[in-house]
Design a protein around this ligand. Structure first.
Ligand SMILES: [Zn+2]
Length: 361
């Protein structure tokens, strides 16, 4: 890997920092693809391999439980914990062979799901004892529904623990809100839907005092699908204001930081205009979550396959070529699931192109 001096496979600690710095300095972002199965994980890895770029694989709490099997009880977040660990080991086992760096991340964890977070963290600490690095690269805490002080205090507590084993923390500030929260926000900087510069500075200052290994998901009009399009305006230029604010405040304290001190994460970007994505990336977004669009792509692959092979998929024997013709080669899961994977991989590659995450290795 001549352009980026980090190894293939799951990366942690300093290598993640190096990758994020590299992305920020070169004006690109890495898609974080939500995966729920070995099949979707493999599709994401294949796509990144094909475009010669790094990738972030992330597991949600629900996705982790699904990975463990929906037949298991998720009492006490047990299925989500072991599902995430199982996926992590799957990724660690195969990632190197795809020849690309992989950031292994867990997605949104709200306050009520903290037992899931704690369970993964224990697995990280155990893995660290044996291998000198955590099992995952990074975890996300979403306490954006809490008051700012409480959000930051809990993040600090966790970052202190995570720092000891070189884990990255992603946090969120500024809420996406419930439906009753300001629907008419087209022209105003509503403090709940648009994170303010001093909020970012408070987070940055407090967390940086512990460790540099954190990223911030700020609200700049992005939504998790709560609002209809057009109700909230995406304002990526806010991120630029945040960078300037944090730089200025840091310099006042004698801390010489770069032009873009903050690593930003873009949530709720599905359906965004490509020029807005580009703009956000130019202001220091190094990770963008991709879920809804790749879910559709996976389904569409299966849907198109079924439509094109319909007459071969109605019974085990008998198709338009003859009453006694076997259909095994059409209903073999390796055939139809592969079609879903191919379609998803294509969509992941598109996300890579949108974010400039191509030919980076
Ligand atoms: Zn979010």
């Amino acid at each position: 890997m001549d352009k980026l001096q980090i190894p293939a496979g799951v990366i942690t600690g300093e290598n993640v920092f190096k990758l994020f710095e590299y992305a920020k300095n070169n004006g690109f972002a890495i898609p974080a693809v939500n995966c729920t199965s070995s099949s979707t994980i493999n599709a994401a890895l294949e796509a990144a391999r094909d475009v010669k770029a790094p990738i972030i694989i992330q597991l949600s709490q629900g996705g982790s439980a699904f990975y463990a099997g929906k037949g298991l009880s998720n009492d006490g977040q047990r299925a989500s914990i072991i599902g995430a660990i199982s996926a992590a080991h799957h990724i660690r086992t195969i990632a190197k062979d795809y020849g690309i760096p992989v950031v292994l991340h867990s997605d949104h964890c709200a306050e009520k799901l903290l037992p899931w977070f704690d369970g993964m963290l224990e697995a990280d600490e155990e893995y660290f004892k044996k291998h000198g690095e955590p099992l995952f690269s990074s975890h996300m805490l979403d306490l954006s529904e809490l008051p700012k002080d409480k959000n930051i205090a809990i993040c600090k507590k966790y970052l202190e623990r995570m720092s000891k084993i070189n884990l990255y923390l992603e946090m969120e500030i500024g809420i996406t809100g419930g439906e009753e929260d300001g629907v008419d926000n087209t022209d105003v900087h509503n403090s709940s839907l648009y994170t303010q510069p001093n909020d970012i500075w408070d987070v940055y200052r407090e967390l940086k005092a512990i460790d540099k290994k954190f990223t911030i998901a700020a609200a700049f009009g992005n939504v998790h699908g709560v609002y209809k399009p057009g109700n909230v305006r995406l304002t990526p230029s806010l991120l630029k204001e945040h960078q300037v604010y944090v730089r200025t405040e840091s310099e006042k304290l004698g801390d010489k930081v770069g032009e873009k001190p903050v690593f930003f994460v873009f949530h709720g970007g599905s359906g965004s205009v490509k020029t807005e994505i580009k703009e956000a990336v130019s202001y220091g977004v190094i990770k963008m979550n991709v879920d809804t669009d790749t879910q559709w792509a996976y389904w569409e692959g299966l849907k198109n396959y079924h439509e094109s092979k319909k007459d071969y998929l109605q019974s085990q024997v008998g198709n338009p070529e003859g009453e006694d013709k076997p259909n095994k080669k059409y209903y073999d899961p390796r055939v139809f699931i592969r079609e879903a994977e191919k379609s998803m991989a294509k969509r992941v590659k598109e996300a890579c192109h949108d974010l400039g995450n191509v030919d980076r290795l």
